[in-house]
Design a protein around this ligand. Structure first.
Ligand SMILES: [Zn+2]
Length: 317
C-alpha cells in the first residue's frame, strides 16, 4: 500500500461543472454518458474481477424511459448523468440484504448488457480502483439525498428537483434545500503502543474499528472527538490532531479522521453505542491487518479508519 495516497473516495477526479446545472440548453443529454442506480446499487461491469462503473454511451431507449436525471460532472472527458431506476421491477436477483452491511448480491436487468450488475458499493470497497471511487461516492451520495429528502422541512410541501438534481425547491413555499452532509469525527485513540478499537452492534463478526460519532452544532472537530471518546468508552483524550477527510456516502457522512492521546486505560463502554471496545497492541494490529490473527478483523480496506490504522502501524502518524 502506498501510504502517501489519499483514502478511497478522497481523490477528486470528477469535475463538477456546476455552471452546466443551470440550463437545460447547456447540458445536452445526447452528448452525455449515463450511469444507472437501482435501490442504491450502482451498475458495474467487472474487468479481471475488479468493478468498473458501467457507463452507457448513448441515450438509448432504455434511458429515455427514465426521468429525473442528476448531472454528476465530467469524468475522463465525458459528462456523466445519473439515472435512478429504483422503480424497476424487472431487476433480478436476491433483494433480502439490500441496505445491509453484507449485500453481496449482483442484481441484473435482462435488457442491460450481459455482465453488468447492480452492486452494493460498500461491499466493493476492498477491490474498487481509486480512479472510480470519487465518481461512485458522488453518485451514491446524491442518490441517497434524493431518496430521503422529498418534502419541505419548512411547510411539508412536495419538493421538486432543480439545478440538474443539486437543489430541491418546495412547490408550496419556495423554500430551497441542498444536499446535506453530516460531519463525523473518527478517532484513532493512542495510548503508548496500543490503540483503542471498538465494534458496534450488528457489525460483521469480529470486526473492529476506530470510535466515531457525529459532530454536533456548536462543536469543533477536536471537541467532538473528545466528547465521543468519553461518551462511548470513558477514555479521556487530548491533543486531537486532524489527519484527513473522506466522503462516506452511507448515506451522507463526511468522515474527519483524527488522532488523540488517551489519558487513561480503563474502558467503560456505552452499551447503546458499542458492543465492545478493547486496547490492541501495534504488533497485534499488524498481525490482524495481515490475516495472521483471525480473532480480529480490522475495518475494511477503503474506510478511513483502516487508513488511519495502517498509517499508525507504519509509524507515519
Ligand atoms: Zn415549503
Amino acid at each position: 500500500m502506498d501510504l502517501d495516497t489519499l483514502p478511497l473516495f478522497s481523490k477528486i477526479n470528477l469535475k463538477r461543472k456546476a455552471h452546466l446545472r443551470d440550463s437545460k440548453r447547456l447540458l445536452n443529454l445526447k452528448d452525455c454518458c449515463h450511469l444507472l442506480i437501482w435501490r442504491g446499487k450502482l451498475l458495474f461491469r467487472f474487468n479481471d474481477g475488479k468493478p468498473v462503473p458501467y457507463l452507457i454511451e448513448k441515450r438509448t431507449k432504455f434511458i429515455k424511459n427514465l426521468s429525473n436525471y442528476i448531472f454528476l460532472g465530467e469524468f475522463e472527458n465525458k459528462n456523466i448523468v445519473l439515472w435512478d431506476m429504483s422503480h424497476s421491477r424487472e431487476v433480478l436477483g436476491n433483494t433480502d440484504q439490500i441496505g445491509s452491511f453484507n449485500d453481496r448480491e449482483k442484481n441484473y436487468h435482462p435488457d442491460l448488457p450481459k455482465g453488468t450488475y447492480f452492486c452494493d458499493l460498500r461491499n466493493l470497497l476492498p477491490i474498487l480502483n481509486t480512479k472510480y471511487a470519487n465518481l461512485c461516492a458522488t453518485a451514491k451520495g446524491i442518490y441517497e439525498w434524493h431518496k430521503r429528502v422529498n418534502f419541505c422541512q419548512s411547510c411539508g410541501g412536495k419538493l421538486s428537483s432543480e439545478k440538474a438534481g443539486w437543489e430541491k425547491v418546495c412547490e408550496k413555499c419556495n423554500f430551497k434545500q441542498f444536499p446535506r452532509i453530516d460531519p463525523v469525527v473518527i478517532m484513532l485513540i493512542i495510548k503508548g503502543n496500543d490503540i483503542l478499537l471498538g465494534r458496534s452492534h450488528g457489525w460483521p463478526e469480529k470486526m473492529y474499528s476506530c470510535l466515531a460519532g457525529f459532530i454536533e452544532p456548536g462543536e469543533t472537530i477536536e471537541a467532538a472527538a473528545e466528547r465521543e471518546a468519553m461518551e462511548e468508552s470513558a477514555i479521556k483524550i487530548k491533543n486531537v490532531k486532524y489527519i484527513t477527510s473522506q466522503p462516506w456516502p452511507f448515506p451522507a457522512s463526511l468522515m474527519m479522521g483524527c488522532t488523540g492521546e488517551a489519558q487513561n486505560r480503563t474502558i467503560s463502554i456505552d452499551k447503546n453505542e458499542l458492543e465492545d471496545a478493547i486496547w490492541v497492541s501495534k504488533e497485534d494490529v499488524f498481525r490482524a491487518l495481515n490475516g495472521l490473527d483471525k480473532s480480529i478483523f480490522m475495518a475494511r480496506r477503503g474506510a478511513v479508519a483502516r487508513y488511519l490504522i495502517e498509517k499508525w502501524v507504519a509509524g507515519l502518524i
